[in-house]
Write a protein that binds this ligand. Structure first.
Ligand code: NAD
Ligand code: LMR
Length: 342
């Protein structure tokens, strides 16, 4: 959970003890694509983290104003803006976590894969700079199609000789956030108690919520499983259609990305009880990349949680087999893209 630190010391002690969080550590976070629909609210949420000392914002346009605006919040972190190729290296120097929401979003009628032609090059170029300037950082990829952009990033990092599979993450937290919300609503549960693992990838049928593994343990009818699964898989498209050409999920995405950043910082800070779902290099299935629950530690992925893929229902097992060809093709498309480049 995000701990808010927006109440100043001058305020009443009663308010202070409820809200004020002392800065505890000094991590540096960079957002690439920071002036965009996701980038701006994500920067605000990260500005509120007591674990962050430095927030570095990079975009090809409009980032100066975003940084000036954000820098007036009286929370501990200092905000810096960077723009243009020449400033990218300084943006990335010494950062602990790099979050990448740079790229174009969907419009109605498009699949995430329709974004490949534009976003693949953006991610490739940004990852080259990450490899050159902060090869030890945790890398969080938000830009779609995540199923392909993460393999692209891995190949670029390999070419640069700095690939650490434990530190490259596709951000699928929004699928978990949505699953938790929808299940809590359907079953009248307290939101704070609900945790649904979502595995596979981040597009259409590759998004597989494991409803049978919901905590707290809860029974679903076959119809509920079918309905909830489709609702979670189509939630991104629901937002794209509701925004009617003005983009895709930005606010819920920022919330989810901020949660994943906070979890990563807690892990870096030595918390030994940090678990999230993420799309990472994996040996849990025959696919080289697969989203599952992971344990996060100081060095990134400490463990892939295999047990949640055991004892699946027949519905989940079939859905798992059904998603593999699409996910495999998206992974190969990403890998081939890098190797075809001059
Ligand atoms: P947006 O168009 O509002 O913002 C994108 C930002 O990226 C813009 O400010 C743009 O200037 C910037 N940008 C473009 N090229 C860049 C480059 N080379 N370097 C730095 N910045 C660059 O889009 P958005 O709504 O913020 O969405 C961004 C991406 O996130 C899209 O690809 C979208 O599909 C994806 N997304 C992923 C998830 C997920 O769950 N992983 C959820 C929502 C959106
Ligand atoms: C989402 O799940 O909301 C994102 O992947 C954006 C999209 O295109 O649906």
């Amino acid at each position: 959970a995000i701990q808010h630190s927006f109440v100043s010391r001058a305020q009443k002690p009663s308010q202070r003890s409820y809200n004020y969080v002392q800065p505890r550590a000094s991590y540096k976070v960079a957002i690439l694509g920071a002036a965009g629909g996701i980038g701006q609210p994500l920067a605000l949420l990260i500005k509120m983290s007591p674990l962050v000392s430095t927030l570095k914002l990079y975009d090809v346009a409009n980032v100066k104003g975003v940084a000036a605006d954000l820098s007036h919040c009286n929370t501990p972190s200092q905000v810096f803006d960077f723009t243009g190729d020449k400033e990218l290296a300084s943006c990335l120097k010494d950062v602990n976590v790099v979050v990448i929401p740079a790229g174009v979003p969907r419009k109605p009628g498009m699949t995430r894969d329709d974004l490949f032609n534009i976003n693949a090059s953006i991610v490739k170029d940004l990852i080259e700079a990450v490899a050159d300037n902060c090869p030890d950082a945790f890398i969080h990829i938000i830009s779609n199609p995540v199923n392909s952009t993460v393999p692209i990033a891995a190949e670029v990092l390999k070419q640069k000789g700095v690939y650490d599979p434990k530190k490259l993450f596709g951000v699928t937290t929004l699928d978990v956030v949505r699953a938790n919300t929808f299940v809590a609503q359907e079953k009248n549960l307290r939101l704070i108690d609900v945790d649904v693992p979502v595995v596979g990838g981040h597009a259409g049928i590759t998004i597989l919520p494991l409803l049978s593994k919901t905590k707290p343990s809860v029974a679903f009818t076959d119809e509920e499983v079918q309905e909830l699964t489709v609702k979670i898989q189509n939630a991104g498209t629901e937002v794209v259609e509701a925004k009617a050409g003005a983009g895709s999920a930005t606010l819920s995405m920022s919330y989810a990305a901020a949660r994943f950043v906070e979890s990563s910082l807690r892990a870096l800070d030595g918390d030994s009880d940090v678990y999230e779902c993420s799309y990472v290099q994996s040996n849990l299935t025959e696919l080289p990349f697969f989203a599952s629950r992971i344990k996060l530690g100081r060095n990134g992925v400490e463990a892939l949680i295999k047990s949640e893929l055991e004892g699946l229902t027949e519905y989940e097992q079939k859905a798992l087999e059904a998603l593999k060809p699409e996910l495999k093709a998206s992974i190969e498309k990403g890998i081939n893209f890098v190797h075809k480049q001059p």
